[in-house]
Design a protein around this ligand. Structure first.
Ligand SMILES: [Mn+2]
Length: 298
C-alpha cells in the first residue's frame, strides 16, 4: 500500500491565496477549506486508500520557546487563520485522519507519521505532499519521498542530494547553517548554500565540526539545528490501518453545504470504497483494495 501524508497548513495557504486571485479582495469565509477538501477528495478519487492530513491547530509551538524570532501567527491574515479549525473539523467529518498540532508543528506530525508508517512492511511507499524543504530530512531512498503538488516533482534521496547538495539526514545541519527565513531563523552570517553543503560534506553533523569552523557561533548553530530538526515521536496512530479512508460521516453533508460546496458530499459518497460495485466483494480489513484502486494521484 501507498501512504499519503498531506501538509494541511500548506494546502490551506495555497488555496487561500489561490482563491483570492479570482475573488478580488472578498475572501469567502470557508473558501480555502473547501479547496483543501476538494484536493484531498481528488487524491481519494484518483486511488489513494491511506492518507492523513497534518495541520497547525495553533501556529506557535515549542520552537517559539527556543528562539525569539521563530515564526508566529502575527503575520498570518485573520481570514486565513480562521479556517484552520473548520478545516480540521471538516476533515474528521469527511472520514480523513487529521493531526492538529499544538505543541509540535504540522511538519513534526508529517515526520512522525512517515516514521510510524515506515515501520510497517506492507507499506511500499510514503508520499509526503509538501514543498517545504524541512521535510527533505524525512526522505528515505525511494520509499519515503516528498511530492510537490504544483510542479509534480517527486523527490527521493538522490533528488534531495541534487537539490541541496547534502543527504536527507544532513538537511537539519544544512538548514542550521543557511537559515530559513520563512521559519524565522537566520543561519550563520556569511554562509550561503554552497559553503554550507561543502562544510557538511566535509565534516558531517554540526556536532562533529572542528571548533574553528564556527568561531563564536557554535552554540547558535546547534540551536538552529535543534529548530530545524523535525520531531518524529508524536504518537499519531498505532497502525497504518488508522489511515484507511472508509468514507464520509453523515455530518459531512451539512458541512459541505455550509462551505458552499455541496458536491463534495455527493462525490465523497460516490468515492466510498464499498460504493463502487453493485454487489461489493467481502472486504476484510486487509488491503486488497490497494490492488483494486491502484496508483497514486498525480
Ligand atoms: Mn516548515
Amino acid at each position: 500500500m501507498i501512504v499519503h501524508l498531506v501538509d494541511g497548513t500548506y494546502e490551506l495557504f495555497r488555496h487561500f491565496y489561490g482563491l483570492r486571485r479570482f475573488t478580488q479582495g472578498e475572501d469567502p469565509p470557508f473558501g480555502a477549506v473547501a479547496g483543501v477538501l476538494q484536493t484531498v477528495l481528488q487524491m481519494i478519487e484518483q486511488g489513494a486508500t491511506h492518507l492523513g492530513v497534518a495541520t497547525d491547530h495553533v501556529i506557535e509551538s515549542f520552537r517559539n520557546g527556543l528562539w525569539p524570532g521563530y515564526k508566529t501567527s502575527a503575520g498570518v491574515e485573520r481570514a486565513l487563520l480562521a479556517q484552520f479549525h473548520p478545516l480540521e473539523d471538516a476533515l474528521v467529518a469527511m472520514g480523513v485522519a487529521v493531526w492538529p498540532m499544538v505543541e509540535l508543528e504540522a511538519d513534526d506530525a508529517l515526520a512522525s507519521a512517515a516514521a510510524l508508517a515506515a515501520r510497517d512492511r506492507n507499506v511500499e511507499k510514503i508520499c509526503i505532499w509538501t514543498p517545504d524543504k524541512d521535510l527533505a530530512q524525512c526522505v528515505v531512498g525511494d520509499r519515503v519521498v516528498q511530492v510537490e503538488r504544483r510542479t509534480g516533482v517527486i523527490r527521493g534521496a538522490t533528488a534531495v542530494r541534487e537539490k541541496f547538495g547534502v543527504d536527507p539526514e544532513r538537511i537539519p545541519d544544512y538548514l542550521a547553517l543557511v537559515g530559513d527565513t520563512s521559519d524565522g531563523y537566520p543561519g550563520l552570517p556569511g554562509i550561503g548554500k554552497v559553503t554550507a553543503a561543502r562544510l557538511v560534506n566535509r565534516h558531517g553533523a554540526l556536532e562533529d565540526f572542528p571548533a574553528e569552523a564556527f568561531g563564536a557561533n557554535r552554540e547558535l548553530a546547534l540551536l538552529f539545528k535543534d529548530l530545524a530538526t523535525l520531531r518524529t515521536t508524536a504518537p499519531l496512530f498505532r497502525t497504518v490501518d488508522a489511515l484507511a479512508w472508509r468514507g464520509p460521516t453523515p455530518a459531512f453533508e451539512t458541512l459541505a453545504s455550509r462551505f458552499g460546496a455541496p458536491r463534495l458530499w455527493t462525490r465523497a459518497r460516490a468515492a466510498r470504497p464499498d460504493s463502487t460495485a453493485p454487489a461489493p466483494p467481502p472486504r476484510s480489513r486487509g488491503r486488497q483494495s490497494s490492488k483494486r484502486r491502484p496508483g497514486r494521484p498525480d
